[in-house]
Design a protein. Structure first.
Lengths: 113, 115
């Protein structure tokens, strides 16, 4: 069955430092992959998505993610974190042959000065 | 263009009471979804709909019912609320997969507390 694992529950980084959030997936075929961000008290907003083609995808707010089939990973990166990036981040993959998304449990990002 | 809206934003219920959460979208999307979010659990799918008049069960459907009488609305009902249903509920919508997106658009959430 399709599944998504986000190994890190909580990450703290300093403002201006680089960031990498991990996502591993289980999927039978070539997956569609998503990263969503949820600011406190808000709904989810799409950061970026991978469907096919270039394995490095660019998203909003300066985020990027790289699809690595050999590692079943789709890690999210940002070269320099801003305090406003403090939020919860979710990786997601569709149910195979269906449309609902299966979400990871999320990684909470804290940013310190 | 309001996107996906949810009513109400907050609600407190007593055990055994009933209520309906309303989700509305103005993007003419075919597909709509209800998720619940609990600490450490991520988002879990309750029910979803692939078109007007259709519904399907998700991962955690027990204790909930849904209806999709109009394309733009998706209602989530709790017939007899239980403390285990204390959660934040999110509605989402998406175009059908033929549009090759699977991207879902989320509402702002409804925070429900059952005492």
């Amino acid at each position: 069955a399709q599944s998504v694992t986000q190994p890190d529950i909580h990450i703290t980084v300093s403002e201006g430092a680089s960031l990498e959030l991990r996502c591993n997936y289980s999927y039978g075929a070539t997956p569609y992959l998503f990263w969503y961000v949820q600011s406190p008290g808000q709904g989810l907003q799409l950061l970026l998505k991978y469907f096919s083609g270039d394995t490095l995808v660019q998203g909003i707010k300066g985020f990027e993610a790289e699809f690595k089939r050999s590692q079943s990973s789709f890690n999210l990166r940002k070269p320099s974190v801003h305090w406003s990036d403090a939020a919860e981040y979710f990786c997601a993959v569709p149910l195979e042959g269906n449309t609902p998304l299966v979400f990871g449990k999320g990684t909470r990002l804290s940013v310190i000065a | 263009n309001a996107g996906v809206t949810q009513t109400p934003k907050f609600r407190v219920l007593k055990t055994g009471q009933s209520m309906t959460l309303l989700c509305a979208q103005d993007m003419n999307h075919e597909y709509m979804y209800w998720y619940r979010q609990d600490p450490g659990m991520g988002l879990r799918l309750i029910h979803y709909s692939v078109g007007e008049g259709t519904t399907a069960k998700g991962e955690v459907p027990d204790g909930y019912n849904v209806s999709r009488l109009k394309k733009q609305n998706f209602l989530l009902g709790l017939e007899s609320a239980a403390p285990s249903q204390t959660s934040v509920y999110f509605c989402a919508s998406s175009p059908p997969p033929g549009r090759i997106t699977y991207e879902q658009y989320f509402g702002p959430g409804t925070r429900l507390t059952v005492t």
